[in-house]
Design a protein around this ligand. Structure first.
Ligand code: PMP
Length: 417
């Protein structure tokens, strides 16, 4: 009998049967509070009735309208609707299926449009698992070790991860920008550099928000050297951080936005957005894919946009994110093993450290397992997998946040006992 590959690593022991809002239910009917949202995907909650209805209606009309063969209305309408929420000037869209594929598309576009070979990424970033995207990923050696040689032309500069360095935010930011200039002077000429790829909040790398000075520093260098600023909003986009895009917090303009995850509430869909004149610099046909911009996924994305607007989910993410981070901070005050709690909106991470300041992966993982046993699903992240992250659907309410914080408090207590 064939079985699932052991290459898959499952974060919780749950065999899920159905989902509703911020809950999932296993086959025995046990209810779990899902603070993973399928790694930040089910933005409108599991099986939101309007998303379900839109997808069902579309399934009965057209499932697959292949966009390099024929065009279909859900894709065209989605372009128009995304135009209303995208940063100004990003008026041209290209669709694929996953975050990794969209990162690959942005990478190809950046090299093609600038004619330059190099890309600068920031240490701790995650951009995906396909070969090009994995070559941009530095959130853990597990994503590259054994796969060599990875793609060339990728240079890594520091990210202002203040807690890791044991510095304040300002010192970490000055260091990161100074090292970037040093990289430009020593190993990677800015004239050869096509793009910066940056996450507004390091996701898999440990839930570390960037800051205004750092991102403004990248923008200024991008302008000065003709480098494209690519915002990987795969995890931070679509209201997740309490603004529509993660970069909205920092007042910095991207040249390219990469989006996926929350875009279609769980259907596989991703996109890159850029100014038309930039897209025009690559030849037609240089991008594409059999399944990209699937009609059902596009219908689900349109319903997702409606729900986000009608239910005020961006505002809810900001308010509930505040409540959640305060709750997580109150738990950290009780337990010295949690050295830092940080995040933006509904991306909240608790970093576990030993008394001498080293990553405490074992206690973090015990706390996550204790939470799962108590009916709260959480994920790990960080280079050492010592950060427990909370990333519930944007529909989460105050009662559910408080329930999660209570379970989290009990779980950490049990993990350190
Ligand atoms: N970029 C970021 C910021 C991500 O968080 C992820 C997924 N965790 C990806 C890219 C890759 O997306 P996917 O798994 O859909 O390929």
């Amino acid at each position: 009998m064939a079985q699932l590959s052991p290459l898959l690593k499952q974060a919780t022991p749950v065999l899920v049967d159905r989902g509703e809002g911020v809950h999932v239910f296993d086959e025995s009917g046990r209810r779990y509070l899902d603070f993973t949202a399928g790694i930040g995907v089910t933005s409108t909650g599991h099986c939101h009735p309007r998303v379900v209805r839109a997808a069902q209606e579309q399934v009965g009309k057209l499932i697959h309208g292949q966009y390099t063969t024929v065009m279909h209305r859900p894709l065209l309408t989605l372009c128009e609707r995304l135009g209303e929420v995208l940063p100004e000037g990003l008026d041209s869209l290209f669709f694929v299926n996953s975050g990794s594929e969209a990162v690959e598309a942005a990478l190809r576009l950046a090299r093609h449009a600038t004619g330059r070979p190099n890309v600068v990424v920031f240490q701790g970033s995650f951009h995906g698992r396909t070969m090009g995207a994995a070559s941009l990923t530095t959130s853990g050696t597990r994503f590259r070790s054994g796969f060599a040689p990875i793609m060339g032309g990728v240079h890594v500069a520091p990210f202002p991860y203040a807690y890791h360095y044991g510095w304040d935010e300002r010192t970490a930011t000055e260091f990161a920008l100074r090292e970037l200039d040093y990289l430009f002077a020593t190993a990677c000429s800015p004239a050869d550099t096509a793009a910066f790829f940056v996450e507004p909040v390091l996701g898999e790398g440990g839930y570390v928000p960037a800051n205004r000075e750092f991102l403004a520093g990248l923008r200024e260098r991008a302008e000065r050297h003709g480098i494209l600023l690519v915002a990987d909003e795969v995890q931070t986009g679509f209201g997740r951080t309490g603004r529509f895009w993660g970069l909205d917090h920092f007042g910095v303009r991207p040249d390219v936005v990469v989006t996926a995850k929350g875009l279609a509430s769980g259907f596989p869909l991703s996109a890159i957005a850029a100014p038309r004149e930039l897209m025009n610099k690559a030849w037609p046909g240089s991008q594409g894919g059999t399944y990209g911009g699937n009609a059902v996924a596009c219908a689900a994305a349109l319903a997702t946009l409606d729900v986000i607007k009608d239910e005020g989910l961006v505002e809810n993410a900001a308010a509930m994110g505040q409540r959640l981070i305060e709750g997580a901070r109150s738990v950290a005050r009780e337990h010295a093993v949690i050295g830092d709690v940080r995040g933006l909106g509904l991306m909240v991470g608790s970093e576990f450290t030993t008394p001498d300041g080293k990553p405490d992966t074992a206690t973090a993982q015990r706390a996550q397992r204790e939470a799962a046993a108590r009916g709260l699903l959480l994920l790990m992240c960080g280079a050492w997998m010592n950060v427990v992250r909370m990333i519930p659907a944007l529909v989460v309410d105050a009662e559910q946040v408080d329930e999660a914080v209570q379970i989290w408090s009990d779980s950490v207590k049990a993990a350190v006992a």
